[in-house]
Design a protein around this ligand. Structure first.
Ligand SMILES: [Fe+2]
Length: 311
């Protein structure tokens, strides 16, 4: 019998990378509802209304993509155990657990997933006083990743990081959880690795609708939604950021009971199971295109390129 793997704690957020991202800061502050928590050379860190030091980071780089996906661990013991599990499973860890010397601080490590995405695990991070503010995002709900090897990457997140499969959307998408949230990560079958979208959670559905209203009043209508998904049962409204990243407002994500939940395959040939309110309709070809994202070569290639540039 195999032992239960050590599980990833929760999703903290994500650091995005690309050319000119700093110029998009006003969009996230004035419209999306985040606040600048900290900035230093080439990086801006945006917080939500909760205690997390940042939900979304913008860092300068010549390739659009993910700088790292950011996860929380409950304590050092669990962090060390997850690191040991990564090593035992042959994952590509970037050093041993150590203190971070960045603004968010704390202790942890990094590992590359099979698509060469950098994942950062951190415990004892800086905590901010909560700043409740109606209709502003409180946390990052989930990150959806495009991958050329959906089954392989799914198996890796399960085996190495202790994720569990919550549901499938036909044979095109798999939803993975690390705690009671129906999904913190989802994978989409694609031709290349890239970011599909990042979803921000509003505490209530009223706030979700008001956040859409704020965007609309400022001239940004959703490119898809509002609607309510089948898998996860969460309301959705998708927007495209000024730099071309797809971002989502969501709320009321299904909470999983481990004792009773069984993953199911949600069909795509029943519109009402895809779009439970029947308000959104299917994504347009333009929406699908923008969700394909721009190819992200991942961490080692970038590191190599940066080294090359420095020489
Ligand atoms: Fe989503």
């Amino acid at each position: 019998m195999s032992e239960t793997p050590i599980r990833t704690g929760s999703l903290r957020g994500i650091m995005m990378r690309g050319p000119g991202l700093a110029e998009t800061l006003p969009f996230y502050e004035d419209m999306w509802g985040l606040k600048l928590a900290h900035s230093d050379d080439g990086t801006a860190l945006l917080r939500g209304t909760g205690s997390e030091p940042f939900l979304y980071g913008l860092t300068e780089g010549d390739v659009f993509g993910i700088e790292y996906v950011h996860f929380a661990m409950p304590d050092r013991t669990q962090t060390d155990a997850l690191h040991a599990q990564c090593v035992a499973k042959g994952a590509q860890v970037l050093g041993a657990p150590a203190e971070f010397d960045d603004w968010a601080g704390g202790y942890g490590f990094e590992v590359l997933d099979p698509d060469m995405r950098r994942l950062r695990f951190r415990t004892e991070a800086r905590q901010l006083p909560e700043e409740p503010d109606w209709s502003k995002p409180k946390k990052v709900s989930h990150v959806v990743l495009n991958t050329p090897d959906m089954e392989g990457v799914q198996a890796w997140y399960e085996d190495v990081l202790g994720f569990r499969t919550s549901d499938y959307s036909a044979d095109q998408m798999v939803f993975l959880r690390c705690n009671t949230d129906h999904h913190s990560i989802a994978l989409v079958r694609a031709h290349y690795a890239s970011v599909n979208h990042v979803a921000f959670e509003l505490p209530t559905i009223d706030e979700f609708m008001r956040a859409i209203g704020r965007m609309k009043q400022k001239g940004h209508v959703p490119t898809w939604g509002p609607g309510r998904h089948g898998p996860g049962n969460n309301p959705f409204a998708y927007f495209v950021s000024p730099s071309g990243f797809v971002i989502e407002f969501t709320s009321e994500l299904q909470q999983i009971d481990e004792t009773t939940h069984e993953a199911q395959v949600w069909p795509r040939d029943n519109p009402e199971l895809m779009d439970r309110w029947m308000t959104a309709g299917p994504p347009t070809p333009a929406q699908r295109a923008v969700m394909q994202g721009r190819p992200d070569p991942g961490w080692p290639e970038l590191a190599q390129r940066n080294r090359g540039a420095a020489e």
